[in-house]
Unconditional design. Structure first.
Length: 490
């Protein structure tokens, strides 16, 4: 079950929202949310629910033991012994969580590679990846580390920590929510009409981005530059470019759509999740891009890996080593495949070069700003090609096709038909990747503030447009079988 599914929207989520909203206490609402979250996880395999519950219990127990050790440090016990116990508990908890993630995510891949090189007849275990395991593992790790750092108190109620880790709103595609962001709202939150209205609008926007734009772009990319590689070798250069551009637009609109829907559902239930995307394709450098793209993941690696390793405080050589570690981990977190590792190293090299040639303290001239944005987009374009293709031969066909190295033409009839058939889709998708629409919305709000006569129009639009987006999205989903879920490797 995914968010952009009619069963989810009009039955599962609608029923959950209706029941939880009419509950009079937050405790009752939490129980409803937890029950629906457990059903959501069990939908793809009941036994996979045990992984979530087991990892949550390990972190629940570990955090409590860490807090007890802290109390012993400030009490009459041995501070040194208590400190060692804290560290040992933290290490064991992290080893169990990361070990579980590694087992489910990488065992099949590593076994396949071992068999390829050393034992061709060996049995390859096919291990099902629990949905959302990469996200809730990182959430639980951040919780335990924050307890260790005394940034949050340990949660004494297991079911509340399980709700935090497994809340279905943001389990399948993020954002990675820090415990301290929602700790108070888990037990003390208010439902109000303003947040509910904003939540509906945000969910509707996300649903439309997914159903109307991302899915259509995905179908276009799979037709022009399929992952299987069929037909790519002979495709015209501009056709390969259009297919790769469609994927570049799809992956942002799809990913940010899930975050929009998660934030919207959270608002409807009284939770305020932090933003996860800030128009990353408007970035003027790769450094800027990673401050805008999947912000919760970038900040996780910064706060729990890069800074603890020393960040940029121990010299340039150590800084580059820390960046290398971060980007190797970032690459393999995204999936079990050599292309993901290559993708991570690609960004590592770009960021190292940027740190040597760009002075981020100086304001760039207009010309330099345009050049930096253009170069960043080009680098991202090729980066997403590395990300998309696990088959290196197909990847090389795509890269060769872009420059007519395959002996393919620059332009053909397919190119002309593709441009003609998608003359509205591609511009609309590009606009959706920019802050143009929010800017126009702010202008309309300002005009309504200045002229009272416009206020009724704005109020009507604020009600009608979200409904229209949901209806259009539902009609599209009902008439299409193509509804890809890009995050199965997470």
């Amino acid at each position: 079950m995914v968010f952009a599914d009619l069963l989810f929207i009009f039955l599962f989520f609608a029923l959950c929202l209706a029941i939880s909203t009419f509950m009079k206490t937050n405790k009752a609402r939490n129980i409803v949310l937890l029950v629906f979250s457990l059903i959501f996880y069990a939908w793809s395999g009941p036994w996979l629910l045990l992984v979530l519950c087991g990892m949550t219990f390990v972190c629940y127990f570990g955090a409590i033991q860490i807090e007890k050790a802290k109390e012993q440090m400030s009490g009459s016990g041995s501070p040194l012994k208590a400190k060692k116990m804290m560290r040992l508990t933290l290490i064991l908890t992290l080893v169990i969580c990361l070990g579980a993630l590694a087992f489910f995510k990488y065992t099949t891949f590593l076994s396949t590679e071992f068999a390829r090189w050393f034992a061709p007849t060996a049995h390859i275990p096919q291990i099902i990846l629990p949905i959302g395991i990469s996200f809730y593992t990182f959430q639980l790790i951040s919780y335990v580390v924050d307890v260790y750092r005394s940034e949050v108190p340990a949660q004494k109620k297991y079911y509340l920590l399980l709700l935090y880790a497994g809340l279905f709103y943001q389990c399948i595609a993020g954002p990675i929510v820090r415990y301290k962001t929602v700790a108070q709202e888990l037990t003390d939150r208010e439902l109000n009409l303003s947040d509910f209205s904003k939540g509906i609008t945000r969910f509707a926007v996300g649903l439309a981005k997914k159903a109307l734009l991302a899915n259509t772009l995905g179908a276009l990319a799979d037709t022009l530059v399929p992952v299987s590689g069929q037909g790519i070798h002979n495709a015209a250069a501009v056709t390969v470019f259009l297919g790769s551009l469609a994927y570049m637009l799809q992956i942002y609109l799809d990913f940010s759509a899930y975050s929009d829907m998660a934030i919207g559902m959270g608002l409807m239930s009284g939770f305020h999740f932090l933003e996860n995307f800030n128009y990353p394709y408007m970035a003027d450098s790769m450094t800027d891009f990673w401050r805008r793209w999947h912000i919760s993941l970038s900040s996780f690696f910064r706060d729990y890996v890069y800074i603890p390793l020393g960040g940029n405080r121990k010299g340039i050589a150590r800084q580059y080593l820390n960046l290398f570690i971060v980007w190797v981990l970032t690459g393999i977190w995204h999936g079990a495949g050599w292309n993901f590792l290559l993708w991570g190293l690609y960004f590592f090299l770009i960021l190292c070069i940027e740190k040597r040639i760009i002075d981020f303290k100086e304001e760039p001239s207009k010309g330099a700003y345009v050049a930096r944005r253009s170069i960043t987009l080009v680098l991202l374009f090729f980066g997403w090609i590395l990300f998309r293709y696990s088959d290196m031969s197909v990847m090389l066909d795509v890269l060769g096709g872009l420059f007519c190295i395959n002996g393919n033409p620059f332009w053909d009839l397919t190119t002309s038909l593709t441009l003609l058939n998608n003359c509205f889709l591609l511009p609309a998708a590009i606009v959706a990747c920019t802050p143009i629409i929010p800017y126009l919305h702010s202008l309309l709000d300002y005009a309504a503030y200045k002229k009272r006569g416009l206020r009724p129009v704005v109020r009507v639009l604020s009600v009608v447009l979200p409904i229209l987006l949901v209806v259009l999205s539902a009609l599209y989903l009902a008439g299409q079988n193509y509804n890809p879920f890009l995050y199965t490797q997470f």
